[in-house]
Ligand binder design. Structure first.
Ligand SMILES: Cc1ncc(C[n+]2csc(CCOP(=O)(O)OP(=O)(O)O)c2C)c(N)n1
Ligand SMILES: [Mg+2]
Length: 562
């Protein structure tokens, strides 16, 4: 069967189960967009900015675990994707980004809208391709989906010259990707797993740090089995929230720069760290020199490059987390660590993580807590970056994977709105709540038009503090309260939402918060609520730069609330 390149780019993703693509057309993509209507099984979502398309593909993939697909034209379209691709790369999110390129005879001539996007994205993609002919397209698509979704997942970019879309070629979609040089390790080394089991047996103060890899490999059940059988408390990285039930007695919550006090204290006091599908990011470890000073470290990760990169490891295990945990669980004996667990509980009583101070104003913590109460914790939460992200990580308990969606590694403001759009497309039957910063919301606000056009009932809660809040917090604490360029004069978000065709709510009184959230819950249209929160509320505790995890600021405040 002969197909054009454009037909191959429609037909092949369909074979991979793709149902949705987020994109924007442009000159070199016209042959593709002219062909797209022949494939009604592909739902193309016309975004308003390619950054929105990339974040939406990310949000989609983060919510359902399938590869997210985004499309952009050459030059400015392609460069606009870069932030979303980088975000997917740093957080190991499976994504295929398709860009149009100028026609082959124009490549290298600085043609109109010619940009070397494979060069630009080389360090932020797992792999990328500049397609030389329609003949190789099917193989390239097959390989791209395979690379994006296996091993340590990540983004792959396919750059397709305009004339390749038009070229005809014999079409045969390969059953398998034939890549002898790419074989991610799945099973961990048996001797290392045995050694890990021995370390666990001998430990008195073991602690699991569960990261994104647990979610990516679908290993929550295995993690729960390990924790319960050996009675090991679990802390989560930001992206690991939900990998272990947030309401479980053994769950300590998040560690790190804005980790919960007792979680950070537990890391510092542990004699064994079992790090699972996490990469010792500096926001999680704080000062590496002061990280878990009393502990030996078992590190399970699918990517060998992560082992020993930031933290010295005693028992490295390279493999897929689910496989490794299954093998490890078979060797684990029932244990209890009553003394260790009661010590951690005492720290928690001294610094209660969910206390909210009494005050007249709307506190951001209270808004998140009310979203948790009103939804009974049954919602997907998509956050921005900054204080809103940290409040959303603490004051909502995530009991299942893919429930807390946030860009952790790159942390681009503006992920929240398109990210939530992608999540809602992936999970139309779930309540998707976007927790936005007033700053971040304005970075990708244009996607509200896409959300309205697609009739996606996303619930957008803006924690409007009138500041680039996290920047302001640092200026308050470390720059003598000199708020240089962090104060925002904002538009009326509720009116703005109405102009876009969404429902707009303003909430500036504490007693209105529960009703506003109830209204958002019931609303079947996209809804934006502008919560005018206390402008100078801070995220506590906090580990300042260069300090160790147990050298937290803000503990006295939490002690007073105990
Ligand atoms: C694209 C981008 N630019 C700048 C930053 C640096 N930055 C981190 S948090 C933050 C403030 C975010 O403000 P807002 O969205 O209102 O969230 P808040 O912290 O107030 O909740 C800034 C500017 C960033 N993370 N991303
Ligand atoms: Mg703000």
């Amino acid at each position: 069967m002969k197909l054009t390149g454009a037909q191959i780019v429609c037909e092949s993703p369909l074979k991979e189960g793709v149902k949705v693509m987020f994109g924007i057309p442009g000159g070199v993509l016209l042959p593709f967009y002219d062909t797209l209507p022949q494939y009604p099984k592909i739902h193309h979502i016309l975004c308003r900015h390619e950054q929105g398309a990339a974040h939406a593909a990310e949000g989609y993939a983060r919510a359902c675990g399938k590869v997210g697909v985004c499309l952009a034209t050459s030059g400015p379209g392609a460069t606009n994707l870069v932030t979303g691709i980088a975000s997917a790369y740093l957080d190991s999110v499976p994504m295929v980004a398709i860009t149009g390129q100028v026609a082959r005879p124009f490549i290298g001539k600085d043609a109109f809208q010619e940009i070397d996007i494979t060069g630009i994205t080389l360090p932020i993609t797992k792999h990328n391709y500049l397609v030389a002919s329609a003949h190789e397209l099917a193989t390239v698509v097959k390989e791209s989906f395979h690379i994006a979704s296996t091993g340590r997942q990540g983004p792959v970019l396919i750059d397709i010259p305009r004339d390749v879309f038009v070229e005809e070629s014999e079409y045969h979609y390969p059953e398998k990707a034939d890549m002898p040089g790419y074989k991610p390790t799945v099973r961990g080394h048996p001797a290392q797993i045995k050694k890990a089991a021995k370390f666990i047996k001998e430990s008195n103060r073991p602690l699991i740090i569960a990261g994104n890899g647990v979610i990516a490999s679908g290993a929550s059940a295995e993690l729960k089995e390990l924790a319960e059988k050996a009675q090991i408390p679990v802390v989560n990285t930001l992206l690991g929230l939900g990998s272990f039930p947030g309401t479980h007695v053994l769950c300590l919550g998040m560690l790190g720069m804005h980790g919960l006090a007792h979680a950070n204290m537990a890391v510092s006091a542990a004699d064994l760290i079992i790090a699972i599908g996490m990469r010792f990011d500096d926001r999680a470890t704080a000062s590496v020199a002061g990280f878990a000073p009393k502990a030996q470290v078992i590190h399970i990760d699918v990517d060998p490059a992560e082992i020993g990169k930031n933290v010295k490891v005693d028992v490295p295990i390279v493999g897929d987390v689910k496989h490794v945990l299954k093998a490890l669980n078979a060797q684990i004996e029932a244990q209890n660590h009553v003394e260790w667990i009661s010590q951690i509980q005492e720290w928690e009583r001294e610094h209660p993580p969910l206390s909210i101070r009494e005050c007249e104003s709307v506190l951001p913590q209270y808004v998140i807590n009310q979203i948790y109460e009103v939804t009974n914790g049954d919602a997907i939460i998509v956050t921005g970056v900054g204080q809103n992200q940290m409040f959303a990580s603490h004051y909502f308990k995530y009991d299942r994977p893919n429930q807390f969606l946030s860009s952790g590694g790159l942390g681009p403001m503006g992920f929240e709105l398109p990210g939530a759009m992608g999540a809602k497309v992936a999970c139309p039957d779930e309540a998707v709540w976007c927790v936005a910063g007033d700053g971040g919301f304005q970075m990708t606000i244009q996607e509200l038009a896409t959300i309205v056009q697609e009739k996606l009932a996303v619930k957008i809660a803006i924690l409007n503090n009138g500041y680039l809040g996290m920047v302001r917090q640092w200026q308050e604490l470390f720059y003598g309260r000199r708020y240089s360029q962090s104060s925002l004069h904002n538009p009326d978000f509720a009116n703005l939402a109405r102009a876009f065709g969404a429902v707009g709510i303003t909430c500036d009184k504490k007693e209105q918060v529960p009703a506003a959230i109830e209204q958002m819950l019931k609303e079947t249209r996209p809804v934006v609520a502008d919560f005018r929160v206390d402008p100078e509320e801070n995220v506590w505790p906090m580990v300042a730069a260069g300090k160790a995890l147990d050298e937290m600021d803000g503990l006295e405040l939490l002690e007073r609330l105990a």
